[in-house]
Design a protein around this ligand. Structure first.
Ligand code: M6R
Length: 608
């Protein structure tokens, strides 16, 4: 979604801000802008489309002198995608310039008041209200204008503001949207995303809700919304720049697919010591786990499908009922069943997905304990949780998640085995076996990637299709759903996943001569069952590609085969998903799609 970057220092700001905007392009956006505050004059350039247009229009930033400024990528919510609605927005007298992430919920009323006072608006956004309010509340003191303005706002807002009367000064405000401050050498930065800071500094301050910061070259001052000074803690980011660059690959997505064995290793190995799973000091103990009679896993999109893989593993190994709930639905659940005996596991790569964040806040209010499985350290979901297990996937840039998903699944598998042992549901022999199987996952993933080195040649089976159906049972159904999502989000081919046994209850009527069906068949326990579903769809004309180990029953029935290494059902999803990710990637490539930044999508979804 929207991204913000701000810089104040000793170097020319525009090239640094443009570079920062490039690094947050992956979040998804439709327009972009940059403003430089130089000696009391604001220079503003905005564009619809890519950040490259800002480079072109400013000669790579060289045309914009000055050492302080802000930049923004917009994912429109209020008002059409247009230059006038792009951020930053300027106040009527040209003194204030502001970029905003989030939604000002009471903007209609505030706008009506300003219109009544004769303010002329240049955009259709909720954001412009804020910048006009800054001007209205300004009596010569920048900080005071920010305090007065923020007190009038309701909703979610990460704001970055500069004022022509204060060259070299930025104000950042945080309320329910991420803001990270970067402390450099004679320069300081602000961003919505740590990936655009790491090329300049690894020393960061994660702002909390209800805080505002004054950023100058001399330093950073933190205040609450009333303007009272606050202490801050500087943390060090351990992500390196190389991991947020393409490193010779054509797209981030394929790089991240191939990075999965290593990413999963990073998620697993720090948590297995001497054959024992250890989630660290601040994790749920056996005593904590005993008090729960149900687990709810909540998430959105692929993270939800990762949660589904976790459900199968936890239920099978621990015998505890696990519900998976879409966070956007859980938020409005009125069952009243969530209480202090409920463990809620929130799964999120970005840690900023608003639906997931709101769902866990509501569950906590009902007495539930929240554990989150999150990639981005110190993200909002991590901070709102009672316990956090990081996935250590490193920066994930492609909008379509791959290593984010597989590391989430890996942590859920570990959690399943850890909980089963803590509750005495498995004996020590079974525990040792399960731990060694988890340890072997990265190698199986490597083998799977190797086995599918030639998968690109299968793209003609799918790249002209209007619809592709995915079928599978149990754990394979969980993977089928993730495979279908991967294909549709990046190739724009309609893809649906069905529980294989469910097709004959309605969906089979969609099958006609030549309809491509992908049958996921890694689950050896259900081989024969899925094989009969393959026969059913083939009889109606489907062209079936099975994904399973060599020699399985489905191999005999399918028209085409994609092979994977043999795995035990309980841990199969993490490997089985790989060829589906690769296939989606190559199909999207054959169709000439914008793979890393699919249309209409954003990497972190910070609106409801
Ligand atoms: O950052 P999160 O894991 O909370 O994001 C949740 C979904 O938006 C995300 O998994 C989305 O479905 C992916 N882009 C799909 O590839």
């Amino acid at each position: 979604m929207c991204g913000i970057i701000g810089y104040t220092g000793f170097e020319q700001a525009a090239p640094i801000i443009l570079d920062g905007l490039t690094k947050i392009e992956y979040r998804g956006y439709d327009s972009a802008g940059i403003a430089i505050n130089a000696n009391g004059k604001i220079n503003l350039v905005k564009t619809v489309g890519r950040v490259q247009a800002l480079y072109d229009r400013t000669h790579d930033g060289k045309d914009m002198p000055g050492v302080c400024g802000i930049g923004h990528t917009r994912w429109g919510t209020h008002g059409a995608i247009s230059e006038r609605n792009a951020h930053p927005h300027m106040s009527q007298n040209g003194k204030f310039i502001l970029a905003h992430n989030g939604i000002v919920e009471n903007y209609t009323r505030l706008k009506a008041d300003l219109l009544a006072k004769g303010v002329v608006f240049k955009s259709d956004t909720d954001t412009e209200v804020v910048v006009q309010l800054l001007e209205a509340n300004y009596t010569g003191d920048f900080k005071e204008a920010v305090i007065k303005t923020v007190a009038m706002l309701e909703g979610t807002f990460a704001l970055m503001i500069t004022c022509a009367d204060y060259p070299g000064t930025l104000y950042a405000v945080k309320q329910n949207a991420p803001v990270i401050l970067g402390l450099g050498e004679k320069e300081n930065l602000v961003a919505s995303d740590v990936t655009c800071l790491i090329s300049r500094t690894k020393n960061v301050i994660y702002m909390e809700d209800g805080e505002m910061a004054e950023i100058t070259t001399e330093g950073i001052k933190l205040f609450d919304f009333a303007g009272n000074p606050k202490e801050y803690e500087v943390k060090t980011v351990d992500w390196d720049i190389a991991s947020s660059e393409k490193g010779g690959y054509e797209h981030f997505m394929i790089k991240e697919i191939f990075e999965q064995p290593q990413a999963v290793r990073s998620a697993i190995s720090p948590r297995i010591k001497d054959g024992k799973i250890n989630f660290g000091e601040k994790s749920l103990t056996a005593e904590d786990l005993k008090k729960f009679n149900r687990i709810i896993i909540t998430a959105c999109g692929s993270a939800y499908y990762a949660g589904l893989a976790g459900k199968f593993a936890i239920e099978k190994l621990c015998g505890i009922p696990v519900q998976t709930e879409l966070a956007s639905e859980l938020r409005y659940n009125e069952s009243g069943c969530i209480d202090e005996h409920t463990l809620v596991i929130a799964v999120s790569q970005s840690g900023e997905t608003l639906d997931t964040l709101s769902a866990i806040k509501d569950c906590k209010a009902c007495g539930a304990t929240v554990m989150s499985i999150v990639n981005v350290v110190e993200s909002s979901i991590a901070r709102a949780s009672d316990f956090v297990a990081y996935t250590y996937a490193g920066p994930e840039i492609a909008v379509a998640t791959t290593k984010g998903y597989s590391t989430q699944v890996a942590v859920l598998y570990l959690f399943a085995v850890y909980t089963a042992a803590a509750l005495g549901r498995i004996n020590s022999g079974e525990y040792t076996k399960l731990v060694s199987e988890i340890n072997a996952i990265p190698e199986k993933m490597e083998t799977c990637i190797e086995m599918n080195g030639g998968i690109e040649c299968m793209t003609p089976l799918f790249d002209k299709a209007e619809h592709v159906f995915f079928i599978g049972r149990n754990t394979d159904w969980a993977v089928a759903m993730e495979g279908a999502l991967k294909l549709k989000e990046i190739s724009y081919i309609h893809a649906e996943a069905y529980a294989a046994g469910e097709m004959k209850h309605g969906t089979i009527s969609l099958i006609e001569e030549g309809t491509p069906v992908i049958a996921v068949c890694s689950n050896m326990r259900l081989q024969d069952k899925t094989a009969s579903n393959i026969i059913e769809v083939k009889a109606r004309g489907a062209e079936v590609t099975m994904v399973g180990p060599k020699g399985c029953e489905s191999e005999k029935q399918a028209n085409h085969c994609i092979y994977i290494p043999e795995m035990r059902d309980v841990f199969a999803e993490i490997v089985t998903v790989i060829p589906l990710q690769m296939l989606a990637y190559y199909v999207a490539k054959a169709r000439g799609c914008d793979i890393d930044k699919p249309r209409n999508l954003a990497k972190s979804v910070t609106v409801e």
